[in-house]
Design a binder for this molecule. Structure first.
Ligand SMILES: Cc1cc2nc3c(=O)[nH]c(=O)nc-3n(C[C@H](O)[C@H](O)[C@H](O)COP(=O)(O)OP(=O)(O)OC[C@H]3O[C@@H](n4cnc5c(N)ncnc54)[C@H](O)[C@@H]3O)c2cc1C
Length: 432
């Protein structure tokens, strides 16, 4: 019997478990560990609460968790509760699927001012992440700025712009819904360092913005190249640019605005005791397609600034780490130690992009330890003994089901669930 540990229960962890389960069947036990008693990583804590159809991918992961050889072991933080060396002693192979939970910094003066937050914090706040339950984003001013030109920036801008009624059917947490409902923000400016042809925003996410109840997206057509220049673009990007252009035709008949400000690079954030404005430098494209400052500056009012410019992985002691992710060669970090998903590649791609990672690493493991070959490691029984000796009480998949059932039972009308937002609430449901 082989024993495999996957650290992290987001998409990358579950796709790896699925692939290992297919490769080994009953000849392996696969344990998916997570620091929280609730699985699915960013499917729960990242993907927008008003995009419920995307969250449905967790049903596929449930099927994996229900396989006889697969276990979910929650409430265990690897690197704190036990080391990588200890895991490698207990398991034939260890796969790190820990994601990339930390915001990349803008690196401009004023970033530390109250009112300036990272998208991981803001997204975590409205999605019920325990670390950000007390965030209290500043919503009492009329202007917000979101820095970034990808879908996460759009998520943040959209969530700031929706009405209470538009959250019906979502699982946004109650504290965020109430705060957003009384928000004073009327203008959300999205700052992109480069132009419309360089966005990483997808058509579906952009398309939604044209139909918001109380907010109208705005673009300045002088930011766009002539329409013929869209022709050679990759089809998805061309569609996004076409949607962006179409925003120029929309009537300005709603109380809120979402302004796309391209070729705009934040230089610093200013304010007395809190953010009040972002000083922005105009840019142009350089020969390599990067953004080059022109020296011309202007200011954008903002008492809330959300940076959405990428993420980095949490280092784990004794695991080589560079450039915001674990150092690896096609997923392999060291003998019997692997990385998948955002911990392997950095924060790019969609949920599905993590699937080939998991399958590739499972293939590598199966090539060195063929199904049916003998293993001598102890796996979960040794892990649980070790954790018990340290006073760590792991949870299992049935525990998660109990938490989920309670969240569903507590749901407000029209919402699929009311999430608990703190570990003690999760553990309280389990009587611990
Ligand atoms: C705001 C946001 C919105 C997104 N929206 C979409 C979308 O609409 N559509 C789409 O296709 N993609 C979306 N994505 C991308 C998608 O969420 C990622 O591709 C995917 O979640 C990455 O999977 P992962 O398993 O590598 O990491 P994660 O999903 O982050 O999972 C990592 C897991 O590891 C656990 N963990 C971390 N450290 C430890 C440790 N030391 N010990 C134990 N456990 C640990 C975490 O608790 C977590 O459960 C979005 C991403 C973000 C940030």
């Amino acid at each position: 019997m082989r024993h495999f540990a996957i650290v992290g229960s987001g998409p990358a962890g579950f796709y790896t478990a699925e692939a290992l389960e297919k490769a080994y069947g009953e000849k392996a036990r696969i344990d998916i560990l997570d620091r929280y008693p609730v699985p699915y990583g960013l499917i729960r804590f990242g993907v927008a609460p008003d995009h419920q159809s995307l969250k449905a991918v967790s049903k596929r992961y449930d099927k994996v968790a229900e396989c006889a050889g697969v276990d979910f072991i929650g409430n265990v933080t690897v690197g704190r509760d036990l080391s990588i060396a200890e895991l490698l002693d207990l398991y034939d192979a260890v796969v790190l699927a820990t994601g990339a939970p930390h915001d990349r910094k803008l690196g401009v003066p004023g970033e530390e001012l109250p009112g300036v937050i990272g998208s991981a914090e803001f997204v975590g706040w409205y999605n019920g992440h325990p670390e950000f339950a007390d965030l209290d984003p500043f919503l009492r001013g009329t202007h917000a700025v979101v820095v970034g030109a990808g879908n996460v920036a759009l998520d943040c801008a959209r969530i700031l712009s929706k009405t209470r009624a538009e959250f019906e059917g979502s699982d946004i947490v109650g504290h965020a819904l109430d705060a957003l409902d009384s928000s004073a923000i009327r203008t959300v400016t999205i700052l992109g360092r480069r132009g419309p042809h360089q966005v990483a925003m997808t058509p579906k996410e952009l398309g939604e913005l044209g139909h918001l109840e109380a907010s109208v997206p705005e673009v300045d057509l002088t930011d766009f190249p002539p329409v013929e220049a869209d022709e050679p673009l990759e089809p998805g990007l061309r569609k996004s640019v076409t949607i962006l252009r179409s925003f120029a035709e929309l009537p300005h008949d709603k109380p809120k605005r979402m302004v796309f400000d391209f070729f705009a690079k934040p230089l610093r954030i200013e304010g007395e005791g809190g953010a009040e404005r972002v000083i922005v430098e105009c840019t142009e494209l350089d020969e390599k397609g990067g953004a080059r400052g022109t020296g011309e500056t202007y200011e954008v009012p903002a008492s809330l600034v959300i940076t959405a410019i990428g993420y980095s992985t949490s280092p784990i002691p004794d695991v080589p780490f560079e450039g915001g992710k674990f150092v690896n060669e096609r997923g392999c970090i060291a003998d019997r130690l692997y990385a998948v998903g955002w911990a392997r590649r950095g924060p790019t791609g969609t949920i599905g992009t993590n699937r080939p990672d998991g399958y590739e690493v499972a293939e590598q493991i199966a090539a060195t330890m063929p199904a049916g070959s003998a293993g001598e490691r102890e796996g979960a029984s040794g892990l649980k003994r070790l954790l018990e000796s340290r006073g760590v009480m792991p949870t299992d998949y049935d525990d998660w089901r109990k938490i989920e059932q309670t969240e569903v039972a507590n749901a407000r009308p029209g919402s699929p669930r009311e999430k608990f937002v703190r570990p003690h609430e999760w553990l309280g449901v389990l009587g611990r």
